[in-house]
Design a protein around this ligand. Structure first.
Ligand code: NDP
Length: 348
C-alpha cells in the first residue's frame, strides 16, 4: 500500500518564518497563493507583466518579477506552464537560487525527463494536485481539501519532507490525503492517462457512435444516450464514491445482467489494448515522448491547430452543438434561442 499523508503527519512549524514565492499566477498559482496566505503564511507572487499580474495585485498580493521573487522566497513554487518552464527556470530562477531554498513543482514532468536539473544545494519536492486550480481553491474554502501526489526528489537540507508536508497542509491537501510517489512515476501516470487511456476510451466511444448512426439512429439521440445527458458523467462520479464495480448496483437489473453477460464478448480486445498501452508506457518511460514534444515545438503546435480544424469540420461537432443548444446544456445554454427547433429535425 502506498504511503498516504494526512493533516496529523504535517506540522506548519517546519516552514515557520519562511517566505513563499509563487511563480506564475494562473490556474494553480492563483489558487495555491490564496490557500497558503489564508493558512497564515507570507506569500509573494512573481509574474510577468500581464493580466494575471493585475489579478494578483487586485487579490491583494505583493507582485514582483520572477527573479526578484526567487531571491525573496525560501520556498519557491514553479507554477508556470510546463512547456515554458525549462527556459524560464534557466533564465530567471536558477541564477537566483541559494543553499537551503526549496523548489516545489505541481507536476513531475520537467524533473522526470531531465529538462530541469536543479543544483544539489536546494530541496526539490512535488505537490501535484489531482484537481484543477478552481477546485484547489473551492475545496480549501469548503474544508474538504483535495488529493495530491507528493514526493521528495532531492533533500539538501535534511528537512525536505517536513517542509513539503507542511506546505501540503497549508494548501489544504493533507486534509484529503497526499499519496507519496516519485516525480517520474507521477509524470508517467499522468502522461499514460492522456496518451493511452484517453485515446483508447475515445476510440470505444467513436466506434459506438459510428455503429449506431450507421444503423440509422438519429445522431442527436446517440450522443444524448452515450454522454450528453450527463448519465455517464454521473456514473463516473459514483465510481469515485462507491467504487467502479459497486456503482453498477445503482443500475436496473436488466442493465446489470446485460452488461455482465455481454462483457465477456469484449475480452478478446484485451491483448491488443494491452500491447498498445505497453508501447505508450515504454515510450513515456524512456523519455522518447518528452524528447519528441521538446523538438520542433512550432511544428507540434501547428499539428494541434490542424487537428482542431479537422475536428471542427466533422459532422459530429455540428450534431453535438445542435443537441447541446436544443437541450440547453452547458455553455450552449446561453446561445439557446426560441428559433432552435425542438425536437431537432435532421436534414435528409
Ligand atoms: P497556467 O497556464 O494557468 O498559468 C501559468 C502562469 O504562468 C500564468 O501566470 C502565465 O501568464 C505565466 N506564464 C506563461 N508563460 C510564461 C512565460 N513564458 N514566462 C513567465 N510566465 C509565464 O498554468 P497552470 O496553473 O495550469 O500550470 C502550472 C503548473 O501546475 C504546471 O506545472 C501544471 O502541470 C501544474 N498543474 C496544473 C493543473 C491544472 O489543473 N491546470 C493541475 C495540476 C498541476 P501568461 O499566460 O499571461 O503568460
Amino acid at each position: 500500500m502506498a504511503t498516504i499523508y494526512h493533516d496529523e503527519h504535517a506540522d506548519l512549524e517546519a516552514i515557520r518564518g519562511q517566505t513563499i514565492a509563487i511563480l506564475g499566477y494562473g490556474n494553480q498559482g492563483s489558487a495555491q497563493a490564496q490557500n497558503l496566505r489564508d493558512s497564515g503564511l507570507p506569500v509573494v507572487v512573481g509574474n510577468i507583466e500581464d493580466a494575471y499580474r493585475q489579478q494578483a495585485v487586485s487579490d491583494g498580493f505583493e507582485v514582483i518579477s520572477i527573479p526578484e521573487a526567487t531571491t525573496r522566497g525560501d520556498l519557491v513554487f514553479l507554477l508556470i506552464p510546463d512547456e515554458v518552464m525549462p527556459e524560464v527556470y534557466a533564465r530567471d530562477v536558477a541564477p537566483h537560487l541559494a543553499p537551503g531554498k526549496l523548489l516545489c513543482f505541481a507536476h513531475g514532468y520537467n524533473i522526470a525527463f531531465g529538462l530541469i536539473e536543479p543544483p544539489q544545494f536546494v530541496d526539490v519536492v512535488m505537490i501535484a494536485p489531482r484537481m484543477i486550480g478552481a477546485g484547489v481553491r473551492q475545496s480549501y474554502l469548503s474544508g474538504e481539501g483535495f488529493a495530491s501526489f507528493v514526493g521528495v526528489h532531492q533533500d539538501a537540507t535534511g528537512r525536505a519532507k517536513q517542509r513539503m508536508l507542511a506546505l501540503a497542509k497549508a494548501l489544504g491537501s493533507t486534509r484529503a490525503g497526499c499519496l507519496e510517489i516519485s516525480m517520474k512515476d507521477e509524470a508517467t501516470l499522468d502522461l499514460f492517462t492522456e496518451q493511452a487511456f484517453g485515446p483508447a476510451f475515445g476510440r470505444v466511444m467513436m466506434t459506438a457512435i459510428d455503429t449506431l448512426v450507421e444503423a440509422g439512429f438519429p445522431p442527436e439521440a446517440v450522443l444524448m444516450e452515450l454522454y450528453l445527458s450527463g448519465e455517464l458523467a454521473y456514473s463516473f462520479l459514483k465510481m469515485r464514491e462507491l467504487g467502479a464495480l459497486r456503482q453498477h448496483e445503482l443500475h436496473s437489473h436488466t442493465s446489470q445482467y446485460g452488461t455482465i453477460s455481454r462483457s465477456l464478448r469484449y475480452l478478446d480486445l484485451d491483448p491488443i489494448l494491452k500491447q498498445k498501452m505497453r508501447e505508450s508506457l515504454d515510450e513515456i518511460r524512456s523519455g522518447a515522448f518528452a524528447r519528441e514534444w521538446s523538438t520542433n515545438r512550432e511544428e507540434k503546435l501547428e499539428f494541434i491547430k490542424r487537428a482542431r480544424e479537422i475536428q471542427a469540420s466533422l459532422p459530429m461537432t455540428r450534431w453535438e452543438e445542435e443537441t447541446r443548444r436544443a437541450f440547453r446544456i452547458g455553455d450552449a445554454a446561453k446561445n439557446a434561442t426560441s428559433e432552435i427547433p425542438s425536437p431537432i429535425r435532421r436534414e435528409p
